[in-house]
Design a protein around this ligand. Structure first.
Ligand code: DGY
Length: 451
């Protein structure tokens, strides 16, 4: 049963204690024995960046379980290094989620690219937050981590993952990883993808059945037309054998959020390497090079935010989205850029500190919709990432206010998937795992503090 908590009624101390217990209940309820489903209804398999955020929460509950969360995800890694965005649970009926395993056909269509023969997976990826998560999980209990050789066992897979993104996904040839499907940055239907997506011919109506609308209101989810384009892009990639050199990408974008998370994870990978006696220099060098490319390619001086670059016309997309604020987490950006990002976050477009958490898209933008997936609502994972970024930039008061806001919204909505930024009303599904995991993390503090 979803529990709703109100700090005004419970008082902050009791609110936090009840919130902790409720978050633990969600995480235990969504654990499958090997991994955690984002949601029992809408997302009944294992998702890549969800598992990273979930592990960050689980580390406070059971460091060993947090380790297993990441280990099970990486056990489905492809030989080319990619970490697939979904690992399918064979025990779940095929029709419970679409696109299902028989759509992706990883074990056959993905074989030449190195997909495992089992389990079935999708063929696209999600943001590389995993090295960061692995490092945080290790820090929660270094003794247990050392006993299980957690870092030593994970390091080769994490290193291969980052190398895949560097070697296979630098489609623009300028040092940034490109995304080839709007689901890859995790911000599925952000207005930042609209122009690029419009070039994609939709899959024929009636050629597939959406399962997401069985669980969520249609007004909260991407439109049918967007969905038909997602399906077409995924089918084309599959039909090219998921081969990045052979595929003709109708959608190819350099996204600031995806690359910022890769940079943060490269630094974490360097820390991991150092901890196990391996060489941290290659990961650090990649982080530094990518930071220069990020600033060079995606900084939009006029808008005071990072924006995506569409590789079809090599132009910046003039859309302010939450992904453009995530470089707040990137160490070593010029101070004038972080200052401009802080001003943008506090200004009319995101109104940090005045609205609920951080809107996924410009509050003044023509496409703003407070309910529809990534076209306006505030999400808990991006708020958690920005909280880290604020701490890293020394904006401690703003970070503390955001933390309190995240905890209030998580409790008041029963761990909703996301919320309306204006009134905090919960949207999407409830008992969402990363909402519970990240609330738990904020409740337990950051022993390691951001860099
Ligand atoms: C979906 O199915 O809506 C997901 O966000 C893509 O993984």
């Amino acid at each position: 049963m979803t529990v709703l908590l109100d700090p005004a009624q419970h008082g902050p101390g009791r609110h936090h204690r009840s919130l902790r217990a409720a978050a633990v209940r969600v995480l235990l309820g969504n654990w499958t024995g090997n991994a955690t489903v984002p949601s029992r209804s809408l997302y009944p398999h294992q998702w890549s960046w969800d598992s990273a955020f979930i592990a960050i929460g689980l580390r406070h509950l059971s460091p060993r379980r947090a380790q297993r969360e990441l280990e099970s995800l990486l056990s489905a890694q492809w030989a080319d290094g990619r970490v697939p965005h979904i690992v399918f649970n064979p025990a779940v009926p095929c029709g419970a989620y679409f696109p299902s395993p028989d759509f992706w056909r990883s074990s056959t269509a993905g074989r030449p690219a190195g997909a495992p023969s089992a389990p079935e997976t999708s063929g696209i990826v999600q943001p590389p937050v995993h090295a960061l998560a692995a490092w945080l999980v290790h820090r929660a209990d270094p003794a247990e981590s050392g006993r299980r050789r957690f870092l030593a066992r994970l390091h080769p897979g994490l290193d291969a993952w980052h190398r895949y993104l560097t070697a296979h996904r630098d489609l623009g040839g300028r040092g940034l990883a490109a995304i080839v499907h709007p689901w890859e940055p995790g911000l599925d239907n952000s207005p930042a993808w609209d122009t690029a997506l419009r070039r994609v011919p939709p899959a024929p109506a009636g050629s597939f059945r959406r399962a997401d609308l069985d669980h969520s209101a249609a007004s909260d989810r991407p439109t049918d037309l967007d969905y038909a384009r997602y399906v077409r892009l995924a089918a084309d990639y599959r039909d090219a054998g998921y081969d990045d050199a052979r595929a003709r990408f109708a959608f190819a974008v350099e996204d600031p959020g995806f690359n910022a998370l890769l940079i943060a994870s490269e630094y974490a990978l360097a820390d991991i390497a150092e901890a196990i006696g391996a060489d941290p220099a290659p990961a650090r060098a990649r982080a530094v090079r990518r930071t220069a490319a990020l600033t060079d390619r995606l900084w939009d001086e006029e808008r005071g935010i990072f924006t995506a670059r569409d590789l079809h016309d090599d132009r910046l997309v003039p859309v302010r989205g939450v992904g453009g604020l995530l470089p707040l987490m990137v160490p070593g950006l010029p101070r004038r850029i972080t200052d401009a990002l802080l001003r943008t976050a506090a200004g009319d477009h995101f109104r940090l500190g005045e609205v609920h958490m951080v809107p996924s898209y410009d509050l003044t933008g023509p496409e703003f919709d407070p309910s529809r997936y990534w076209r306006g609502p505030s999400w808990f994972n991006t708020a958690w990432l920005i909280h880290r970024g604020l701490l890293a930039c020394g904006a401690v008061d703003e970070a503390d206010r955001l933390r309190e806001g995240i905890l209030r919204d998580a409790g008041a909505t029963g761990f909703a998937e996301y919320v309306d930024p204006h009134n905090g009303a919960g949207r999407g599904i409830r008992d969402f795992s990363w909402t519970a995991g990240l609330a738990l993390d904020l409740l337990c503090g950051h022993p390691e503090r951001a860099r």
